[in-house]
Design a protein around this ligand. Structure first.
Ligand code: ATP
Length: 146
């Protein structure tokens, strides 16, 4: 349909989504950003979080990790390190990742340098795991199709 927005979510190893959509909410660095058809061209950095969109099948949610979004010619391209639909998320793996990260954070020493770096990595891993679990929760609570 003319004037329709296409959402294309691309990771280094695959295309996660490529479909016409009515609206999208992306987790931009400075907060959630809404995008509708005929949006002006733009580029925005994304943080790890939940991308929501409305398409023919209803509302859908995706996990996306760091990347950027670009709108040009009625195509919203999201290029990110990792992306999964709610149906693709392995819950046990996300729970294991959460547990591992919490254990690493609990053990963290007071020293700076390498310890701080490890803590930052553990915080980031914890955030990714929690966002994946949130996508699973939204996917089931709202009966979002995946
Ligand atoms: P883990 O410690 O379990 O690998 P991670 O947060 O370090 O988690 P990422 O670096 O974000 O993983 O992603 C690496 C690859 O693994 C990506 O292709 C991503 O889609 C996939 N992946 C990571 N966690 C999950 C999960 N819980 N379910 C499905 N795919 C996952």
């Amino acid at each position: 349909m003319a004037g329709e927005l296409t959402l294309r979510v691309i990771t280094p190893d695959r295309i996660v989504v490529d479909e016409p959509v009515e609206s999208v909410q992306v987790p931009a660095l400075d907060g959630s950003m809404g995008i509708l058809p005929r949006h002006a061209p733009m580029v925005a950095a994304l943080q790890v979080g939940v991308l929501r969109y409305k398409a023919k099948g209803g509302e859908k949610v995706l996990f996306v990790s760091e990347g950027f979004a670009e709108v040009r010619g009625n195509v919203l391209r999201v290029v990110c390190e990792a992306g999964e639909t709610a149906g693709e998320i392995d819950e046990a793996r996300a729970r294991d990742a959460e547990k591992r990260a919490r254990e690493r954070l609990a053990k963290k020493g007071n020293g700076g340098g390498a310890a701080e770096f490890d803590a930052a990595r553990a915080e980031a891993a914890l955030h990714r795991a929690m966002m994946r679990l949130r996508v699973l929760e939204y996917g089931s609570r709202e009966r979002v199709r995946t």
